[in-house]
Write a protein that binds this ligand. Sequence first.
Ligand SMILES: C[S@@+](CC[C@H](N)C(=O)[O-])C[C@H]1O[C@@H](n2cnc3c(N)ncnc32)[C@H](O)[C@@H]1O
Length: 303
Amino acid sequence: MSMPTWITERLPDMTRSQFDRWQQLFEERTGNHIGWGHRSILQAGVVRRMRELGINEHDSYLELVNRPSSNMEWARLIEYLTVRETRFFRHLPSYDTAQEFIASLLASDRTRPIEAWSVGCSTGEETWSMAMLLSQMVSRQDRVIPFTVTGTDISLEALAHARRGVYSNSRLFGLDTALTDRFFQSVGSREVSICPRLKERVCFTRVNVLNLDRAPMGNMDLIFCQNLLIYFRRWRRITIIEQLVERLAPGGLLVLGPGEISQWSHPDLEPVGCEQVLAFRKKAQTAREKLLNSFSAMKAREE
Ligand SMILES: C[S@@+](CC[C@H](N)C(=O)[O-])C[C@H]1O[C@@H](n2cnc3c(N)ncnc32)[C@H](O)[C@@H]1O
């Protein structure tokens, strides 16, 4: 049996104007910006999906994806366009900063559960790492302090993997055995699964960071958003970081990827951690609250 010609034939490269239209659509819908120099990322994903569908004209596929009824097709394509690289405890200095922060929460007399959020969680390694850290620290306390961790991403496939919590043995390379013995169980000889006790504390859901205004998360104690914003333009990074700050509880910690935003400050945030870390703690009282309080005090004096 001979193969259909669309599988064996090389599809034509995107022209500059086709690339520009794809890039514009991708950026409008996901925030990710791909320059012409990195066009192979966009082209490889689009061509792969076109092959699956048996479409060999870039313009025809673009027209299909642009149809208002093509939400499902867009969701399929996203799976081929997003960069999902991740690891457990990917950037250790960031976790050291989170550890110090959690220790400070545990040293206080708080009773409210600790709530953490992993934004752009990919296949879940970051979310599970945060949950392992919290679980270890909370279990050393002599009182019960519940915690929850939410992982969000735009990719449904990545979220399904994250929820399953099954990883190949090689993904655990370099992790402390005290950690792996406690939080993973073997699935056959080649894979491990996150233990059910940790799974009870974690949930995953789809959130596009361009629609954070619709996300129900709020009053978060700890937010990790690493290796997502690097693909965004600066003005968009700032908008998203500001929205994350709104969702932080007073005193909460925001951890970004090193170098993901430079020469930027926020009136409600104080930088924390060592120089390898890009993390900020939200002030207990925001600039707006301070202003409102001083107005009320002034008003009270006048009366
Ligand atoms: C490189 S991974 C980072 C994973 C993890 N945070 C880490 O640092 O290891 C980037 C993730 O961001 C997700 N992503 C890209 N655009 C997004 C968007 N607009 N909204 C939510 N997630 C997005 C991708 O699907 C991908 O899983």
